[in-house]
Design a protein around this ligand. Sequence first.
Ligand SMILES: *[C@@H]1O[C@H](CO)[C@@H](O)[C@H](O)[C@H]1NC(C)=O
Ligand SMILES: *[C@@H]1O[C@H](CO)[C@@H](O)[C@H](O)[C@H]1NC(C)=O
Length: 338
Amino acid sequence: MELSNSSFFFLLFLLLLLSPIPSFTRAFDVPTLSFNEGYTHLFGDGNLVRSSDGKSVRLLLDRYTGSGFISSGLYNHGLFSASIKLPSNYTAGIVVAFYTSNGDVFEKTHDELDFEFLGNIEGKEWKVQTNVYGNGSVSRGREERYLLGFDPSKEFHRYSILWTAKNIIFYIDEVPIREVVRSGAMGGDYPSKPMSLYATIWDGSTWATSGGRYKVDYSYAPFVSEFTDLVLHGCSVDPIQQTPSTGKCHDVSTANYATLTPERRLTMNNFRHNYMIYSYCYDILRYPVPPPECVVFPSEKRRFRDSGHLKFGRHRHHHHSKGHSRTTSSNNQAVTGM
Ligand SMILES: *[C@@H]1O[C@H](CO)[C@@H](O)[C@H](O)[C@H]1NC(C)=O
Ligand SMILES: *[C@@H]1O[C@H](CO)[C@@H](O)[C@H](O)[C@H]1NC(C)=O
């Protein structure tokens, strides 16, 4: 049977209308939580604002303070996800971070998986960074930076961190943008202790936008980021004994989103080809020998400088190679040169 385009779209439309999917995220088919069900206020007094239905939360930065929240529980593996809308207009120097960490529990040997939005100047392209630290390896940053290809301050997009015993996948909407596969050679650098989920907004004037060239301008304050469709889907553990809390352990390693099918891998490679602008794997000034999990594609490597930054030519924008990176842990302000 052949369907004309219009009847196909009409049927699709009907299906969408009829599907009862209100409290599940469409992308991964996992339940969403209200703020009170899964999270608590971390810092910034009046700058965390809950929506009246309790399902969304705003984090504000003004000249007095940023703000943040943390999951009430610790998770040993899971899918951590939120739809996020970033502050608009002039946001240079502002860092919005969405990350997992256990820095409050394991100060010296913490693990961390990051999404960090690095502020923007209206009209330029937004950049996001992902990073991975294991067992306190803050001197071995594993940063990658990408352009987003859309304006994340205009509408909500979903950002997800999948962490299993075997791999880590960062997703933007349904697009996998990075996978780290655990290898024996990574040793303790692969995150392996239970983590909490954090979301924060703070002043990163010294490094965030073009390596600190553009500072926060508080005449545009307050800067407002919004979080909704909150997901904590994993194995909730007892913080003291680190054993699974009864009834709340979901094994995400067998979930559909934990595997990169050939189709997903193609989508990921396309994203990376089009949007990745820095990779620690190609930064031979920093890592003469790329860390063990790096998969170096010669054809891709040729597009990057020895500093790990994309060579000019492909993209319209300019980026500057004076960036610094640092961990987002509130208790760890280490700055590592790039
Ligand atoms: C950006 O902020 C400036 C100063 O507050 C304002 O004049 C301008 O209209 C804003 N632009 C947008 C797109 O909101
Ligand atoms: C993590 O670091 C601590 C302290 O440096 C070390 O004793 C431990 O063996 C490391 N764990 C792993 C799995 O490498």
